[in-house]
Design a binder for this molecule. Structure first.
Ligand code: 8Y7
Length: 276
């Protein structure tokens, strides 16, 4: 299995690390905009050095309870960083956004992949993604970031997430998105309670069977905070365990903050899988 974007190929027979680069003011708060862009590039370079094949750039916080960001503000945050990374680093660039115009400008500036936690449900997003002709990650989310963690309910979380993703896939294909450009994501922490997250994590293999690359994002999430009683800075061990559980069931892309540690864990898994 592989992804293609313009003339770039990403071979998914070996799992790939997607490093998280938040360009929200709370992540790079010191100095003016130029200093911010430089520190963003430095952080991206470090993650590539540590083994990230993809850098996921986000200018809108989708954390539970986060407020919306305006279009101009989001563009101001992400476009210069995409341009810098595109000029300076050898990696795939992912744009983490739900806004059609941000997707369009980001791809123009050099983004290779669209990562949309709203699965192209915002106005104009699907059409832009079709025209951009780059891989797109469609993620499951129940509700909206502002309110999604207030008691989300499911009858059967695995079946409902699967149904949602397959409906999005069908609609996207009907509208002209290439099947080979679709990546799916179970959406850990997005409108899910603790047990929903862990039931889904254990069912990753069921989603792999759908035939699309599966991206898993569990890094430092509250599912480990709650389970292990750990704050955000002490969730690495839980996150690595979660990553390996997903990868062993066939997930091919893992979205993380801790690139070096995740790359090591993947090498251990690969050392075993090389005998299969
Ligand atoms: C995910 C994500 C976030 C995820 C994908 C966080 C942007 C919250 N989580 N994108 N984004 N999958 N595809 O804790 O799980 O990183 S933001």
């Amino acid at each position: 299995m592989q992804l293609q974007s313009r003339n770039k190929i990403l071979d998914l027979r070996v799992p790939k690390v997607m490093g998280i680069l938040n360009v929200t003011p709370d992540s790079f708060s010191d100095g003016g905009r130029f200093a911010d862009n430089d520190s963003a590039l430095k952080k991206a370079a470090e993650m590539v050095e540590q083994g990230a094949a993809i850098i996921d750039i986000g200018g809108e916080s989708t954390r539970p309870g986060a407020s919306d960001v305006g279009l101009e503000q989001e563009l101001d945050r992400v476009i210069p960083v995409i341009e810098k990374i595109n000029e300076n680093l050898d990696c795939w660039i992912s744009i983490d956004t739900s806004k059609a115009q941000v997707m369009q400008e980001a791809v123009k500036a050099g983004a290779d992949l669209i990562n949309d936690v709203r699965a192209l449900r915002e106005e104009g997003a699907l059409q832009v993604a079709v025209e951009a002709n780059v891989p797109v990650c469609l993620m499951h989310m129940q509700g909206q970031p502002r309110s999604m963690q207030s008691a989300p309910q499911y009858e059967n979380v695995v079946e409902q997430v699967k149904r949602f993703l397959l409906e999005r896939v069908q609609l996207c294909i009907e509208n002209g998105l290439y099947k080979d450009n679709i990546i799916l994501d179970l959406g850990f922490g997005f409108g899910k309670q603790l047990e929903h997250n862990f039931e889904l994590l254990g069912a990753t293999g069921d989603f792999v069977k759908l035939g699309f690359p599966i991206l898993t994002g569990v890094s430092r999430k509250s599912m480990f905070g709650q389970l292990l009683n750990r704050d955000i800075n002490t969730r690495l061990a839980g996150s690595l365990a979660g990553a390996i559980i997903a990868l062993q069931q066939g997930s091919q892309i893992i979205r993380v903050h801790d690139v070096a540690e995740t790359a090591d864990a993947i090498k251990v898994l690969q050392a075993v899988n090389s005998f299969k």
